[in-house]
Design a protein around this ligand. Sequence first.
Ligand code: GRF
Length: 216
Amino acid sequence: MALKAVVLLSGEGTLLQSFIDSREQGLPLEICAVVSNRPNAGGLVRAKRAGIPTHNVDHTQFAERASFEQALSDCIDKYNPDLIILAGFMRILGGPFVDHYRNRLINIHPALLPKYKGLDTHRRAIESGDKEHGSSVHLVTRELDSGSVIAQVKLPILPDDTPETLATRTKMKEHLLYPEVVRWIAEKKLSLCSGELRWQGRVLTTPIIFNPDGEK
Ligand code: GRF
């Protein structure tokens, strides 16, 4: 049976597209709905084109974060999803929201966590002289970009990389990594339950390093 997920986004939605495309190639995922906090997010157009119900919960229409997040939860909970996938959702989520979706809420962050939490990750990696960069899929907890890291994909930083070129190459890898992690969850190879990550029953103590060119 397909895993039921709600996708939250704010922007272009190329990650959403990678789920839509992977679904067509057999990813056992039902995207019940796509929810955006920005009415003009390109991701909403992609969702509609794929026949996925869309919702707009515009944060600017709420006086405080708590009421925005309550509206967001009300919208999500109608679908009773197994998983909530943050795919470029550009709002920090508060404790009650995060607790409500404990072990069901995942995010992808364009850095090799725990390095470079927050914004501007590509520039920071280049300016630090790093030789390697990447992206991390992690559980969402109360602290920003700090939940257990499930899996990472890595790529070299090239001598003439700019933040823009590095961002583009990182995103291409993300489009392979994120659907793959969701596949592991859907196929029950990976479990997020009971406060710890388990890979085929064994507790995962370090992130899975995903190599799109080969096997895990
Ligand atoms: C991705 O690069 C992801 O790492 C970050 O937001 C971006 C979303 O891109 N969290 P898109 O809107 O899916 O194209």
